[in-house]
Design a binder for this molecule. Structure first.
Ligand code: GLC
Length: 426
C-alpha cells in the first residue's frame, strides 16, 4: 500500500493571487472551530447523505439501525450516481451550513478540501473513533494533516472484468489485452472500456493508465511529473485504443453505471470498474455475464498495473446538532458486522484488514484476493484542498487527448502547467 503524496505548493507569485481567490477564502478558521464545538452531546434524528445506492445496501442497514434506535432514527438522502454531482451537492449544503446533512459520504479525494474548509467534524477527543483494525490507506485518505476527519467506510480498487467464455487466459499487460481485441472483433463486441466521460472517473482512469505504464501524476516530492515518457505511454495507450476502436466510441460518455450496463449486456470483452459490479453482474436477472464473469488485476506494462485508490468515508458535518448520535452511527457503519454485510450483499471492499483473510468470507466471495491485491497496489490521487482544480486539469486534458483533439504531448504539458497553478496557493 502506497503512502499518499501531498501535492506540494509551487512558489509562483504570478498564479498565487489567482489560486487564493479561487479557493474562496472561508477556510477552517474560527467559525468552523466553534461549529465543531457545538452539538457534541446531541442525540436525536439524523440524515445520512450518499450517492445512489446501486448495491442496495444502505436501506437495509438503516432499517436495522432504526429498529434499534427509535429515538435516533436515520433518514437516507440519496444523491445521484454521479461523483461530481454528489460533490457539488455536498459543497452547496455545507456552504449553506445545512444542519440536516448530519453524516455524509465523502469520496477519498474530497477529504482534504472539506477538512480545510472546516466542514467536517474532527474525529478526535470526545468524537474519537478507533481505526486500528482498518487498512492504512483507508485511514490516510480519511485524514488531513494528521487528523481523522471521517470514518473509513468502503475502500475501492479498480478491477479488470473479462469474459471467461471468450478469453482463455486473463491478460496481465496492456499489450496482451490489446492483442486479444481480435477475439472481441470475431464476436462482434467492443474490446475494452473504462470510464472516459469528463468527470472524476476520467481522472481515475487517466491516473491508472499513467501509473500502470510506470509513470506518476506526482513525483516522490509531490510535484506534478507529467512530462515523462512513462506518462506519455500511459495516456497514449488510451488515446490510440480509442482512435483504433479497441475502446468503443460510446465509451467517451461512460461513467461507472453506463460501463457496467454495457458489460452486463454482453457488449464488452474487458471492462475496468470497481468491485460493486461483481454483485450486480452475478445477481441481476438481465445480466448476460452471470456465469462467465472473470476478474483480474488491471493490466500494466510488464505485469499487473496499478489501480487508483478509491473509496468513501462517512464524515460528520460540523453543523450537525446530533453529533453523539452521528458518532454512534459512524461506529455502526465501520463495525465488523456492517463491513461483512457491505462485502456479502454489495461486493464492496471492506476497510477492516482482517476480513480479507476471513476464510468464511473468502470462500463466499471469490473476488476478495484480487480485490486485496488491487487495493494493496493502489495509488492515491493527489491530496490537496485544491483538488477540484487538479482533477479538472487532468480530466479536461485527458478528454481532449483521448478524443484526438489535442496531442498527448500537449495534453500532458498543459496538465502539468494547470496542476502547478492549482497547487500554487497552498
Ligand atoms: C468510486 C470511487 C471514488 C471515485 C469515483 C469516481 O466511487 O470509490 O473514489 O472518485 O468512483 O467516479
Amino acid at each position: 500500500m502506497k503512502t499518499p503524496k501531498f501535492l506540494l505548493p509551487v512558489a509562483t507569485a504570478g498564479v498565487l493571487a489567482l489560486t487564493l481567490s479561487a479557493c474562496g477564502g472561508g477556510g477552517g478558521g474560527t467559525t468552523a472551530g466553534s461549529d465543531a464545538e457545538q452539538g457534541l452531546d446531541g442525540r436525536g434524528p439524523i440524515t445520512y447523505v450518499q450517492g445512489k445506492d446501486n448495491s442496495n445496501v444502505v436501506r437495509p442497514l438503516i432499517e436495522k439501525w432504526n429498529a434499534a434506535h427509535p429515538d435516533e432514527k436515520v433518514t437516507f438522502k440519496e444523491q445521484t450516481d454521479q461523483a461530481d454531482q454528489q460533490h457539488d451537492d455536498l459543497v452547496q449544503n455545507f456552504q449553506a451550513k445545512n444542519a440536516n446533512y448530519d453524516v455524509v459520504s465523502v469520496d477519498v479525494v474530497w477529504t482534504a478540501e472539506f477538512a480545510a474548509k472546516g466542514w467536517l467534524q474532527p474525529l478526535k477527543d470526545k468524537m474519537a473513533l478507533d481505526t486500528s483494525a482498518m487498512l492504512k490507506p483507508t485511514v490516510e485518505s480519511a485524514s488531513y494533516k494528521g487528523t481523522l476527519y471521517a470514518a473509513p467506510q468502503n475502500s475501492d480498487g479498480g478491477i479488470l472484468y473479462y469474459r471467461k467464455d471468450l478469453v482463455p487466459t486473463a491478460p496481465k499487460t496492456w499489450d496482451e489485452m490489446m492483442g486479444m481485441c481480435t477475439i472481441a472483433e470475431e464476436n462482434g463486441i467492443g474490446c475494452f472500456a473504462g470510464q472516459y466521460a469528463k468527470y472524476e472517473g476520467l481522472t481515475v482512469n487517466t491516473s491508472e493508465a499513467i501509473n500502470s505504464a510506470g509513470g506518476a501524476v506526482l513525483d516522490a516530492e509531490g510535484k506534478p511529473n507529467l512530462n515523462t515518457p512513462e506518462a506519455k505511454e500511459g495516456l497514449e495507450n488510451l488515446a490510440s485504443a480509442y482512435a483504433d476502436g479497441s475502446i468503443p466510441k460510446e465509451a467517451i460518455t461512460f461513467q461507472e453505471e453506463q460501463g457496467r450496463q454495457a458489460f452486463q449486456d454482453g457488449k464488452l470483452l474487458f471492462h475496468r470498474n470497481w468491485p460493486y459490479v461483481y454483485n450486480l453482474a452475478v445477481t441481476e436477472g438481465s445480466s448476460k455475464v452471470k456465469d462467465v464473469l472473470g476478474m483480474t488485476a488491471l493490466p500494466g506494462k510488464d505485469g499487473p498495473g496499478a489501480s487508483t485508490l478509491g473509496g468513501h468515508s462517512a464524515g460528520m458535518s460540523v453543523y450537525s446538532k446530533n453529533k453523539a448520535t452521528a458518532l454512534d452511527f459512524l461506529k455502526f457503519l465501520t463495525s465488523e458486522e456492517t463491513q461483512k454485510f457491505y462485502a456479502t450483499q454489495g461486493s464492496l471492499a471492506p476497510v477492516l484488514g482482517a476480513l480479507y483473510d476471513d476464510q468464511e468470507l473468502v470462500t463466499k466471495l471469490p473476488y476478495l484476493p484480487v480485490l486485496k491485491t488491487s487495493i494493496e497496489n493502489a495509488e492515491p490521487r493527489p491530496v490537496t484542498p485544491f483538488y477540484p482544480a487538479v482533477t479538472k486539469a487532468i480530466q479536461e486534458n485527458a478528454y481532449s487527448a483521448i478524443k484526438g483533439e489535442k496531442s498527448v504531448d500537449a495534453a500532458l504539458s498543459d496538465m502539468q502547467k494547470s496542476i502547478e497553478s492549482a497547487s500554487a496557493g497552498q
